[in-house]
Design a protein. Structure first.
Length: 296
């Protein structure tokens, strides 16, 4: 087997990246002829490392980090003509892609899975000139979730996002979205518009039961409802996986779309858990664009 790169975010998962890096390198050395380990120090490092590995034709790139670090590595690979295989040890708060691929959320178990990996094809999303692997979130609820402090995430995990989301619902503010979904024009008042690639959104694996990481589709969810009672009524259905049955939820599977909002072009998106572009947005899917290594 050939040469591989291991990209480590040392601060992810309460510094689990730093603690487990040697164990991952040792596991990979049993499978590959050479393992190069690089640690990120700032935003953009993982993208640069992955791009260099692609240009030097490494066989694979492995990542230890949260959704943001995984996103950076995918962004480094996505535009290259030769794209190494890709896999990761999830260390963040949510890890939607890891959940959908069947990678363990426990670092030690995920490391043990490295000796029995198989190849799958993975869709990649494109938002303007950037890329995403999990979800693009727009609106009042994503704005609130984006404000979660790192200390809250460390202490409360994904429940910190739930708390901030509830506060946003209580404030009852929404935006008027103009959307072109493939060839369909839609206008809706909403607190949250979500564009997802997999069945797992915010750690909830039942929100989009029919979505898959390789189906060549993006999955749109628009939370509607003009009154606070409608929005509050949606919450238990979201957490129980029954949101798609509610008349206040608009769903579409699509391949490309354009998104803008009236009186709110400074509205910033949340992309794979980190701040993204302001609206308007052009979003599309790159079907089965990467080869991902997942547990057998």
């Amino acid at each position: 087997m050939g040469k591989v790169l291991l990209v480590v975010n040392p601060s992810s998962g309460q510094e689990a990246g730093k603690r487990y890096a040697d164990s991952v390198a040792e596991a990979l050395e049993k499978k590959y002829s050479e393992v190069v380990v690089k640690y990120t120090e700032k935003a953009g490092d993982a993208t640069a490392f992955a791009k260099e590995a692609a240009q030097e034709r490494y066989e694979a790139v492995f990542v230890m980090g949260g959704d943001g670090t995984v996103n950076e590595v995918v962004s480094g690979l996505a535009e290259e003509a030769y794209r190494p295989k890709f896999s990761f040890i999830p260390l963040g708060t949510v890890n939607d892609l890891g959940r959908s691929l069947g990678i363990s959320m426990d670092p030690e178990e995920a490391i043990s899975q490295l000796d029995r990996l198989v190849e799958k094809k993975l869709d990649v999303g494109k938002i303007n000139n950037h890329y995403f692997i999990d979800v693009v979130a727009i609106g009042t609820i994503p704005e609130a979730v984006q404000a979660v402090e790192p200390e809250q995430k460390t202490k409360l995990g994904s429940f910190a996002y739930v708390l901030e989301g509830l506060k946003a619902v209580r404030d009852n503010k929404s935006y008027l979205f103009d959307m072109t979904i493939d060839d369909e024009k839609i206008q809706e008042e909403s607190m949250a518009v979500l564009i997802a690639l997999t069945n797992s959104v915010g750690g909830m694996e039942t929100l989009l039961p029919n979505a898959s990481y390789d189906d060549g589709k993006l999955h749109l969810i628009v939370l509607k409802g003009d009154h606070l009672v409608d929005k509050l009524g949606l919450l238990p259905k979201i957490f129980s996986g029954k949101a798609m049955d509610d008349h206040n939820v608009l769903y579409r599977a699509f391949e490309k779309g354009h998104f803008s909002v009236e009186d709110g072009d400074d509205l910033v998106t949340n992309v794979d858990g980190d701040p993204g572009d302001k609206l308007p947005l052009d979003i599309s899917v790159l079907p089965q664009h990467l080869t991902v290594l997942v547990p057998e």
